[in-house]
Design a protein around this ligand. Structure first.
Ligand SMILES: [Zn+2]
Length: 90
């Protein structure tokens, strides 16, 4: 899967929120499953929520309001994407 696709589909505001999570304190990302075209993880951010996030091929989902209700690529999805990019490019 091309992780950059998710960044490209997101808003600048949500990208900013996700970047701020990393500068505040590293968000907790617990990978549940990782395959070539599927990643499932729990993402915890500074406001204390713990969300199940799934990336598969070119779709991404999260249980938060921004994604589940508004259909946005939310900051939790982006936190997972940034985490994976960092992990894959040490
Ligand atoms: Zn979310």
């Amino acid at each position: 899967m091309d992780l950059m696709t998710f960044i490209g589909k997101s808003s600048e505001a949500n990208i900013g929120k996700a970047i701020r999570e990393f500068s505040f304190r590293p968000p907790r990302v617990e990978i549940v499953e990782e395959r070539e075209n599927l990643v499932k993880a729990y993402v915890s951010t500074s406001e204390g929520g713990n969300f199940a996030v799934m990336l598969s091929e070119d779709t991404a989902s999260c249980g938060c309001r921004d994604n589940f209700q508004k259909g946005e690529i939310c900051k939790h999805i982006l936190v997972l994407v940034f985490h994976l990019i960092k992990e894959r490019n040490p």
